[in-house]
Design a protein around this ligand. Structure first.
Ligand code: 3HC
Length: 284
């Protein structure tokens, strides 16, 4: 099945990133969010990113204009009715995702595949919110989407082979490599990555080191491209907390308990780069 019209729900950093790579691959993209302002913000983030690529001579001005022309606003979910494939990249909240999938399965054609970019929530449960769980799949992109090569593919209990093949073909068309994970909390990447980030926050909480030292330690001592606290700031501390809560609840093991300091930062509104401040300061 050829995908020509892609719907994206959520114009935040993940949704905008997915829209950018899809439009760059020649696919027309319809972007939905809860307000026109958020959609416009997402599109403006993409055009800025394209301008950077032009200034680095990675793409031409004509390429950038072509990509931008394939980005369309979808102010209502109903505007995604004609989509061949929808990727949901909304906030990591289960009640929200179940509501969106219920609505999307009623609005779109029965053949439309509904993928979730959830970083940890059960695809089987999301699929159960629809009348066609065989067409529901996990398509988990990594942040920053234009740079990171991986897409995790997660099949729910009843996701069909045809749905999986179409999703993998789409991911490959976007230049990504797929890794397959069972539908268990956190899948592969976050099951391993998030406890490491949470442990780095415990190291800060227990006063083992300052943020700079924790990050320098892991960057230069373990060859990570960026330190775990800087990575948490990039991902968003609210997202990190939501993932740790899914791991803790879903696996029932105390080793996944979120660090109290992470919760406190989220409560205070320090969510990382997107708010200008997290474990590091980005000039609020
Ligand atoms: N959008 C587009 N391009 C970006 C970008 C962004 N947001 N951020 C960086 N880049 C590009 C830069 O333009 C640069 O391109 P160039 O080499 O062509 O000039 C290249 O990436 C390298 O960037 P920088 O030189 O600025 O800095 P770094 O070399 O430190 O790379 C990084 C930045 C790619 C973010 C790197 O630090 C990295 O790989 N960090 C780890 C990221 C990671 O682990 N992501 C996964 C998070 S887990 C996840 O997403 C799952 C979710 O569910 C939580």
């Amino acid at each position: 099945m050829e995908i020509n019209k892609l719907g994206i729900v959520g114009a935040g950093q993940m949704g905008a990133g997915i829209a950018q790579v899809a439009a760059s691959a020649g696919i027309d993209v319809w972007i939905n969010d809860i307000s026109d302002e958020l959609i416009a913000k997402g599109i403006s983030k993409i055009t800025k990113s394209l301008e950077k690529l032009v200034s680095k001579k990675k793409i031409t001005k004509d390429d950038a204009e072509g990509i931008a022309s394939r980005l369309h606003k979808a102010p209502g979910l109903g505007d995604l009715a004609e989509a061949d494939f929808v990727v949901e990249a909304a906030t990591e909240r289960e009640d929200l995702k179940l509501m969106l999938f219920d609505k999307l399965s009623k609005i779109t054609d029965d053949n439309t595949i509904l993928a979730s970019n959830t970083s940890s929530i059960s695809i089987t449960r999301i699929g159960s919110a629809t009348q066609r769980p065989d067409k529901v799949i996990g398509m988990h992109f990594m942040n920053p989407v234009p740079v990171m090569k991986l897409v995790e593919i997660i099949r729910g209990l009843t996701t069909s082979e045809a749905t999986t093949q179409t999703t993998v073909a789409l991911a490959e068309r976007l230049g990504k490599t797929c890794a397959y994970s069972k539908d268990l909390p956190g899948f592969i990447v976050n099951r391993i990555l998030m406890p490491m980030i949470n442990e780095a926050i415990y190291a800060l909480y227990e006063g083992i080191g300052k943020p700079e030292d924790i990050d320098t330690g892991m960057k230069l001592g373990a060859n990570q491209p960026m330190g775990p606290l800087a990575l948490a700031d990039l991902i968003g501390l609210d997202t990190c907390l939501a993932i740790m809560e899914v791991l803790h609840r879903g696996l029932g093991d105390s080793k996944y308990r979120p660090c109290p300091l992470l919760r406190q930062y989220v409560d205070s509104g320090r969510l990382g780069r997107k708010t200008g401040r997290g474990f590091h300061n980005y000039g609020e």
